[in-house]
Design a protein around this ligand. Sequence first.
Ligand code: SAH
Length: 375
Amino acid sequence: MNSPSLINVLDLGAEELKNKFKELGFEPYRAGQVLQWVYKKGVYDFSRMTNLSLDLREKFKKSFLLAMPEVVEREVSEDGNSLKLLLKLEDNHLIETVYIRSDDRHTVCVSSQAGCKFHCAFCASGQNGFFRNLTASEIVVQVLMARDISSSKKITNIVFMGIGEPLDNYGQLMKAIRILNSKNAFGIGARKMTISTCGVIPKIEALSAEGIQIELAVSLHGPNDTVRGAIMPVNNTYPVKSLVEACRQYIKKTKRVITFEYILVKGVNASEKEARELSRLLKGISATKRRRISPKRRFVDGSDTPFGGLCKVNLIPYNPIQEFFHDAPSYDEIVQFQKILQSNGIKTTVRFSKGQDIQAACGQLRSVKLTGNNK
Ligand code: SAH
């Protein structure tokens, strides 16, 4: 166990680390040197930070630590483009992180909690219940480890779509995002990070006040309370219409486009009737924003219709998990669903998930806690 009095460098932003250094009597510019080693060179051991004197390295070790989780397992998909890491945290919780390569994009899919309390019927992550929130450093370290182990020189995108509900761990998530965004730390643009939420309205409101240009994806998965409520218990607390209204306000305030994620499950939410209902639901958002946002903004996502620029829909064919006995619709049904949305002016893409063969696709990640004899 690490000593609780040691400060984890990965929990601090550049300014905070500088202040901590000052407070402990170290020259503040040393903080920048340490951050260079960690974020740019992937060196997590003070002993190897060779531009610091030996004496300083020893002193740092007495106040700071760089805790790296143990890699319990690493799996590469058949096509070689996805890498799933099973990481063991200090208290033996296991979480998963996925690295995905596609053309020039190098994406890390990060977990924000050990387990999940939202129990969406189709998602593996909540099936074992909720354990705890991750700390900022446990979030940040996933990106570093995925970068290092995949040997990807540059991570271009980070998606908070792994295990857990990011907005249910708001404080630590925002802290991690600021560290990842900071030029003096990881240095990835805010627009290259996407938070995906199951629809926690108060936190969507909080996010709209942050003044950060992050991407927001909202898991909708049903056009009305009956369909959505049957597969997403969170809908009992935050029903569809209130959620859509919160999104409308978010767009109005931030002037940013929202992506609605919609998994397609045959016989559950993927009929033509549901596609039409979803179109009506989202057209409502579009109309309100259309009056308020300049024409230039309206087409920000490349859409060719006045409605489509305000939000977009990402259809995700359901990736099977053992607890939810359903299938994705056929390819033709998926295309038909997409066409209905598009004919209503809603920009719609289909995301065929990667990494299914190693259970690394959307919704297939799970966490457990190691106990007793399997520790
Ligand atoms: N809790 C957040 C982020 C984690 S899930 C959220 O709900 O958005 C990331 C995305 O994968 C969400 O859109 C989620 O609904 C989707 N997903 C979950 N299980 C899935 C499955 N079995 N097949 C396809 N997508 C799934």
